[in-house]
Design a protein around this ligand. Sequence first.
Ligand code: ZN
Length: 269
Amino acid sequence: MIRLPDVPLPGDALASLADYQRDVDAQPDYTARVARAKDRFAALNKKGNRTFDSVKATLSMMNSGARRCAYCEDSAADEVEHIRPKTLYPELVFAWTNYLYACGPCNGPKNNHFAVFAEGTGVLTSVARARNAPVVPPISGKAVFIDPRVEDPTEYLSLDLTDTFWFTPRAKLGPVEHARADYTIRVLQLNIRDWLPQARRSAYLDYLAHLKGYVRDKAEGLPRAHLDRLAEDIRARQHPTVWFEMKRQHASMPELTLLFAKAPEALTW
Ligand SMILES: [Zn+2]
C-alpha cells in the first residue's frame, strides 16, 4: 500500500455528493441515518449515475498500473470502498475523502471492520458492529486503520523482499504506530491471502528484470527515448510498493546495490 496521489473530483460531482449527504444527515436519528446511508448508496452507486461514474473515473486515476486495487495492488479495482465504513459513519457515506477504489476480495473481508484508540484511555477498541447488536454510534477516538488517502503507509509498513514477501510493521515504530501497522495488515489480510505474497514475489522479479534491461540498454548506449520508455514501464506497473521497497532497501541487497549504482536515476522513479 502506498499513499494515493491526490486527484481532484470535478466540482459538479462534489456538489452532487454533498446533496446526497445532506439527505442522509437530515434523517431524525442515528439509526435512521445508518439505514438511509445504506439504501441511498446502494441506489446511487450504479453504472450510469453521472456522479458515481465521475467518482470511479477519478478514483481509478489514483490507482497504480491497470487500475490495480489501492489496498492489495494486485486485482483490478471495481468497488467504491468506504475507508470509514458507512454502517458506522453514515455522516461520511458520500464524503469524497472517505473513498478509494478497491477490489472485491479486499472490500469483502474489510467489511465494517474499524477500530479506534478510545478517547481518554487510548485502548485499541474495535467498533465493528456485531450482527443484531444495537445500532448506536461508535465510541470516539483516533482511527487505527491507516488511511492511504491522507497518510503514507510506507512509513508504517515494511515488506520482506528476501524471503516471505510479507508486510510487517516497520522496525523502531512507537507502540501506537506499531499497533496501527499490525491492525491494517490483519484487517486487509495482506499476508494470509497466500496469492498476494506470491504476486509480490513475481512483481519483484519483474521489476528486477526491467531494471537489468534498463542498465544493459543504457550501457550499450541506446537512445534516451528508448530508456525513458523503459523507465515509464517501471513506473506504470502494479505493486508499486514492491518497487518502493526495492529503492528503500537497495543498500542492504547486493544485487540491487549494484544495479542502482549503474542507474542511480532509477532511485527517483
Ligand atoms: Zn485488493
